[in-house]
Design a protein around this ligand. Sequence first.
Ligand code: MN
Length: 263
Amino acid sequence: MCSSAEGDGTLAAPGGVVADGGAAATRPDAALVTDLVNANHILFHQKVVDAFGHVSVRHDKRPDRFLLARNMAPARVTADDIVEFDLDGTPVNANGRAVYLERFIHSAIYRARPDVGAVVHNHSPAVIPFGLVKSVPLRAVCHMSGFLGEATPVFEIRDHAGPASDMLIRNGELGAALARSFGANDVAVLMRGHGSTVIGEDVRTAVFRAVYVEANARLQAEALRLGPITYMTPEESVNSAVANKGQITRAWDLWVDLAEGKL
Ligand code: MN
């Protein structure tokens, strides 16, 4: 079994075979695995991920573990592709299957933020310009994305990896730096020239937010072309986020049916 060269200055290909850590796996709740598989499919059908990007959930029985697919396109993920990882990003039961190089995004956030139950990392296109233009923060322009509030932090990888990185979160140190860029109330962080990472207390919330982060970015860019924007107030943002929290199941059920080709 070969191990990818991460953190030693060698740029391994993005995703490879990593030896399992040797600890025993713990079987997660089947419903949690089903939600994670559905999350993978929804994010593809809602155009948040393409061949790239990934979604994880904290293990329901081991808060020091999380579940993430093996290295593959999200739309193709089945329950058999879900791998358990520890909070160092070391697989528990990959059993020789290649894993995502950027799994450290997930491991570092779960380690730093006990309140986070799910993480979506993606390269959805409308969001990326807001990571490039410092003078225009991504912020809530629509009630469905009120959770964005007044500004979204931007992670600048050059501050941590210098001017010649490959832009990827390829070790635990970069993951920890990304995790630190989330303020207490932030649910998304933009990654300059790369994409974004969205968090939630559970996988349905994280997926809902990831879909509407992309929608908000499209709307904000459209509005900016027309003229000065009337942004939502902090109170409008908070109140609409609270109101929508109770409606996530409605979106989730629709998105699952769409992803399964039932509608
Ligand atoms: Mn990425």
